[in-house]
Write a protein that binds this ligand. Sequence first.
Ligand code: NAD
Length: 263
Amino acid sequence: MARLAGKVAIISGAAQGMGAATARLFAAEGAKVVLGDVLEEKGRAVAAEIGDAAHFEKLDVRSEEDWQRVVAAATGKFGKLDILVNNAAITHFGAVDEIRKEDAERVLDINVIGTLMGVKHAIPALKANGRGVIINISSVDGLRGCNGLIAYTASKWAVRGMSKSLAYELGPSGIRVVSIHPGGVNTDMGNPTGEVGESLNSRYTTVPLQRIGEPEEIARASLFIASDEASYISGAEIAVDGGWTAGRFEPHLPGAPASLAVA
Ligand SMILES: NC(=O)c1ccc[n+]([C@@H]2O[C@H](COP(=O)([O-])OP(=O)(O)OC[C@H]3O[C@@H](n4cnc5c(N)ncnc54)[C@H](O)[C@@H]3O)[C@@H](O)[C@H]2O)c1
């Protein structure tokens, strides 16, 4: 099936992880994809593996010049722009009383301002196209709080909030804007030590599905939102998190998994 036949997409942070999985899936579904990332060698390798439907451009999402070049590459090489996936981000772990200003600023600069600059520079091409989709990758940490992730949480709530405002600003131009909120995902960011099997999934006993997610599972949600099947979805927040933000297991009540049950 070619659910994105004839579409052109830009995906930031596409050298690895979820961004690379999304680029592969979009291309397999008929899209032309421009991959952007600061990791040039890895990004070029992913684009080469995809083939003629893909093109890599060096992109630091903080740079307006880089965004202009990436959008020009999409319209110049593939003729137009239909889809922007703002996927690039970094995380930072630290308690609030220890966090350094420069670390907090870096997280907000890349995750929030980087996303905003992507939108700003994609808008002319999306408007010229007459319609479009912007997918902003937030997180479960854009839906709730979490200790040790204060700057990242602030950034992902900002991405969620911006997406809703953008849905209003851009809807009249036929541009849909959606935030996607992954739970724990098996990438460098979600599994930096490369754990596998039981030792990995044992960290997810509070997730209803009892396991980490795979990058392809998030990519499939982005595929649906990017496709015309989602033509009336805008301003929505889509959790792809194994049920993690649905509520909680109550260990004292029936139905909790054995790993959490209280004797
Ligand atoms: N992995 C998880 O558990 C998880 C959970 C929720 C949300 N997310 C979000 O999913 C998205 C993808 O994350 P991932 O898990 O694939 O992580 P990842 O670290 O594997 O990939 C992130 C990519 O972004 C790129 N990047 C970082 N800074 C950049 C910059 N300034 N300009 C351009 N590219 C830059 C990196 O080089 C990398 O290729 C991110 O927005 C992340 O916050 C991840």
